[in-house]
Design a protein around this ligand. Structure first.
Ligand code: HGY
Ligand code: MN
Ligand code: MN
Length: 413
């Protein structure tokens, strides 16, 4: 990587803040657990808001709990960056947090270096990006851009039976700014890749071209609870068997389709979940994704047909709840070009690629020119305490973010 006299951030402060935020909800193994709208999420939010106030930013909180720190300089609508600080239950240190803290670092460094942009700069902390507690994922940014009605979002019930609006009020982040919110001039999100591509192909940066389509379903399979020892196999109507066959079938779909097709059964709940009882009920989540919408639909149709057939064969009933459904998103090529150029100026090992993971940027892309910057994930690991990115790559990624944001303030679309 080439050193430059171009605007740069304070790398040590960024790395220290990543550690400080990771300590909140620490799982003791290098990871964090800050499920959306829990006390740990609140504590993380409070810390980030305190850093916003240290920078004299205008801090606003909207009705779905999205937090924005805006440096109100210049004219017009802001260039926005940001991400999320909620995590999955076995979260790492960087997913989401990196994009939020790098955004604050960009503003802090501009202030310290006497750089005054011609537009405001804003950093967004979007509510419930993970969707792990309250589905769908990217919920806060989806409401922000008008893709989900506020009232519908506030009534979402979590996997632990809480109403989103009640949890938001309980942690003190039911804000007054209206949703949908104002469209930024442009949006750029810095994020770890969370996959193996950049590292495997020896790239340092990703100029992200878009996000693949996502389909989340929850199946409730109802059979006949019975005694594990006395019930002949031919008389069983076993939801656990169906759940297992579903996981196998999803793997078959992914292998048959190949390419970008991914399928995951991440959560299976059995009732009564006891060793000697054939379950009465199984609840199974299906996470199915592809960069191509038609292929994603084909996968969904195959799943529907499989459900219909196994209902007949096993004598169970299957009901389906769609938890999330987002088509693939293409980012604005003008912003992708700017990302690619600034990344290449640091190191020419830059690759264009779509994102396998969902991100808030895929929602902001509905309302303004948007793109993302990736840095590599070691061993492609994420949603795992082992999540890791080389500190120098983290710092250089934030430098690229700074330069992209400053150019976006001067770019008319
Ligand atoms: O599910 C996702 O891709 C993201 O981590 N919310
Ligand atoms: Mn993320
Ligand atoms: Mn994530």
């Amino acid at each position: 990587m080439t050193t430059t006299n171009r605007p740069s951030i304070d790398g040590q402060r960024l790395l220290q803040r990543l550690d400080a935020l990771a300590d909140i909800g620490s799982t003791g193994d290098g990871g964090s657990c800050r499920l959306a709208l829990t006390d740990d999420d609140k504590a993380g939010r409070d810390l980030v808001v305190s850093w916003m106030r240290d920078l004299d930013l205008d801090v606003t909180i909207d009705a779905i709990g999205n937090v924005f720190g805006t440096w109100s300089v210049g004219q017009g609508s802001p260039v926005m960056t940001g991400s999320h600080i909620d995590t999955v239950r076995t979260g790492g240190k960087f997913d989401g947090n990196y994009g939020v803290l790098a955004g604050l670092e960009v503003i802090a460094s501009c202030q310290e270096q006497g750089i005054t942009p011609t537009r405001p700069l804003s950093v967004g902390v979007f509510t419930d990006e993970e969707g792990a507690r309250f589905a769908p994922d990217m919920l806060g940014s989806l409401v922000y851009v008008g893709g989900m009605a506020l009232e519908e979002a506030l009534d979402v019930v979590s996997i632990d039976g809480k109403r989103l609006g009640d949890e938001l009020a309980r942690i003190g982040y039911a804000g007054s700014s209206p949703c949908p919110g104002p469209s930024p001039h442009a949006f750029v999100e810095l994020h770890i890749e969370q996959g193996p591509v950049l590292e495997a192909e020896n790239f340092i940066f990703g100029a992200v071209t878009g996000v693949q389509g996502i389909s989340w379903q929850e199946l409730t399979i109802v059979g006949q609870s019975n005694h594990a020892g006395t019930t002949p196999m031919n008389l069983r109507r076993d939801p656990a068997y169906v759940a297992g066959m579903m996981a196998v079938y999803l793997r078959e779909i992914a292998e048959r389709f190949g390419g970008d097709q991914v399928c995951t059964v991440g959560k299976i709940d059995l009732h009564p979940n006891l060793i000697n009882v054939i379950p009465a009920r199984a609840t199974v989540t299906l996470d199915v994704r592809n960069t191509d919408e038609d292929t994603l639909r084909d996968a969904e149709h195959l799943i529907d047909t499989f459900c219909f057939q196994i209902e007949q064969d096993e004598g169970v009933s299957i009901s389906k709840r769609q938890l999330a459904r987002f088509e693939p998103v293409e980012f604005d090529p003008r912003v992708v070009d700017i990302v690619e150029r600034h990344a290449a100026a640091v190191d020419d090992r830059v690759r264009r690629l779509p994102s396998g993971a969902g991100h808030d940027a895929q929602m902001l892309a509905r309302v303004c020119p948007t793109a993302m910057i990736f840095v590599p994930s070691k061993d492609g690991i994420s949603h795992n305490p082992r999540e890791y990115t080389d500190p120098e790559q983290l710092v250089e990624g934030a430098n690229v973010l700074m330069r992209v944001m400053l150019e976006l303030t001067e770019t008319e679309f």
